[in-house]
Design a protein around this ligand. Structure first.
Ligand code: GLU
Length: 557
């Protein structure tokens, strides 16, 4: 067969050559050892939480080595495409601080290796498609995509090793060999009739033989050579993932392909295509998928429909960017947590991220762990940082609370300062959404009386204590003087000045100073638990404290 002629028949409009492409996209001028990585999501309008893991690895490896991290949009499957999805992806990744140096951005393409959206690169793929036909390793199949889909079903059946596996494999092989048989006249006739064709690459592998390849986390692998013809172009001329991956990652000069483990079974196809195309194989890292434990304690893939799978939900649930990023780092590098403990004030980007510290098996998603990490992260923030975080969150998720916070920044920050900054900061918040219930009693419009006065205490004692507290309160008192007054009040109603006195001789007292503090706390905050009462009352102010005590006295009757 005259392959040159076939190539001209199939791609008459393609005049550019692979050399032209090499010139258009030259080797990058980067320092020795610099890594070029990318993430290449499909614009489905959904970004899986698990996608943050390869994305973080890509970002860290590129930026740690003085390389390039870029975003490519893989929109070759138009059936799955959702309008505005590319903008959504850039926005959400930007939210998590994954800054791309290059690629698709909210304001269009940035960088010299574009276009970065696959549907805009069709002419580039065709240059290489033509080359492969000319080299005699690619051939057309005149059939509709529906017919091709049927073929795939057959492939699938073979993959899941149905009972008919042997037969199916045989049938598949026969069909494949038949597809490869055609004459130039047939091709001419099909083209003249206006029929469209899909393009296949001829598999030249022997599955009995193994390819040796090293995956950066999985280590050395031996995978069977590919003996299945690979669809390169669908009948609309759009490439498949396999073909686009080879062409794009070569021309964009990706050094490290970091992607989900689900692509591992296709690796032998990719090795073959890179060889046909004359491209140097990039380094590969296949990251295990994020797992969860099911009801029976078995590991299962965190699937799209599972709680916690949608990355955007974390923003809506009120997780801080910092907490999510810390959590991801903790799961990705086994020594991160220890490093972080030793360097609490350093940014995660200062951590020496290492491929060697990555686990080859899947990370287990654990919301409790995320909450723990998150509480620690927020506990180390300043009141101003917490304020900013809650404010930004409330702006979209709770506009009413946003107004309240924005109306008096100083007041909100003083509330958030309680218990912050010391060696053992309070760990009240896992998510920004926890802040409102925590601080609501500081605002009259949110104040509710949730807890009752202790039922075993005499009403008259409670009333006497509350009255005495309101009467003797002095805003100038320091914490010691303030507490002395509480002790005096306790004594005046027959309660012990000190808790330990009460413990020694409980029969001598009706209660102790801690109970008195509880009466005041319930009256003023509506709760049995609150942050430091002295601080709380200072922030609320004497007037509001007295007003709430008066209300409580009325309620007690
Ligand atoms: N579009 C592919 C996916 O979403 C990208 C895989 C890759 O990173 O190569 O799975």
């Amino acid at each position: 067969m005259d392959y040159n002629r076939l190539a001209e028949l199939l791609f008459p409009d393609v005049t550019l050559t692979p050399e032209d492409m090499e010139n258009r996209y030259p080797e990058r001028d980067l320092p020795e050892g610099a890594k070029v990585t990318r993430i290449a999501p499909s614009p489905t309008g959904f970004f899986h939480f698990g996608g943050l893991f390869p994305a973080t690895v890509c970002e860290r490896l590129a930026h740690q080595s003085g390389g390039v991290f870029y975003l490519r949009i893989e929109d070759t499957d138009s059936k799955r495409e959702v309008e505005g999805a590319a903008a959504f992806i850039t926005k959400i990744l930007d939210h998590y601080g994954l800054r791309f140096d290059e690629g698709v951005t909210a304001d269009g393409d940035k960088g010299a290796y574009g276009p970065y959206t696959q549907s805009q690169r069709v002419d580039i793929y065709h240059v290489y498609a033509k080359k492969l036909v000319r080299d005699g390793v690619a051939y057309p199949v005149f059939s509709t995509d529906e017919e091709l889909d049927e073929l795939k079903t057959l492939d699938k059946k073979a993959e899941i090793k149905s009972v008919n596996w042997e037969q199916d494999a045989e049938a598949r092989r026969e069909a494949m060999l038949k597809r490869r048989q055609f004459t130039m006249e047939q091709v001419e006739a099909e083209l003249a009739a206006g029929h469209r064709f899909a393009l296949f690459a001829v598999a030249d592998g022997d599955p009995e033989k193994k390819i040796k390849i090293t995956d950066l986390v999985k280590g050395p692998l031996e995978i069977p050579e590919n003996d299945e013809d690979v669809v390169l172009l669908k009948s609309d001329g759009i490439p498949t993932y396999h073909f686009a991956h080879a062409v794009d990652d070569h021309l964009m000069r990706t050094t490290h392909v970091i992607r989900g483990e689900e692509w591992l079974p296709s690796l032998s196809k990719h090795v073959m295509l890179f060889r046909y195309l004359g491209f140097k194989l990039p380094k590969y890292m296949h990251i295990a998928q994020l797992m969860r434990l099911d009801e029976n304690g078995n590991k299962k893939k965190l699937s799209k429909r599972d709680m916690g799978a949608n990355l955007d939900d974390y923003r809506k649930m009120g997780y801080s960017v910092k907490a999510v990023n810390e959590y991801v780092m903790t799961l990705l590098n086994s020594n991160y947590e220890e490093w972080h403990m030793q360097n609490p004030d350093k940014d995660r980007t200062e951590f020496p991220f290492s491929i060697k510290k990555m686990s080859a098996s899947g990370c287990l998603f654990d919301i409790e762990k995320l909450n723990d990490v998150s509480k620690n992260v927020i506990s180390r923030m300043t009141a101003a940082e917490v304020y900013e975080g809650v404010l930004a969150y409330a702006q979209t998720e709770d506009p009413g609370f946003y107004e309240t916070l924005a109306a008096d920044r100083g007041y909100a920050e003083s509330i958030l300062s309680i218990g912050r900054g010391g060696a053992k900061p309070r760990k009240d918040f896992a998510v920004w959404a926890d802040v409102k219930p925590y601080m609501s009693f500081f605002y009259d419009k949110y104040f509710t009386r949730d807890d009752e006065m202790p039922a075993d205490k005499d009403k008259n004692d409670i009333k006497a204590a509350l009255k005495a507290f309101a009467e003797t309160y002095d805003e100038g008192d320091d914490q010691t003087a303030w507490f002395e007054k509480c002790k005096d009040i306790a004594e005046s109603i027959g309660y012990a000045r000190e808790t330990k006195l009460y413990r020694k001789n409980p029969q001598d007292y009706k209660g102790h100073v801690g109970d008195v503090a509880s009466f005041i706390r319930v009256a003023v905050t509506g709760r049995l638990n609150s942050p430091d009462l002295y601080e709380v009352i200072k922030i609320l102010g004497a007037d509001r404290m007295k007003q709430r005590i008066d209300e409580e006295l009325e309620l007690i009757g």
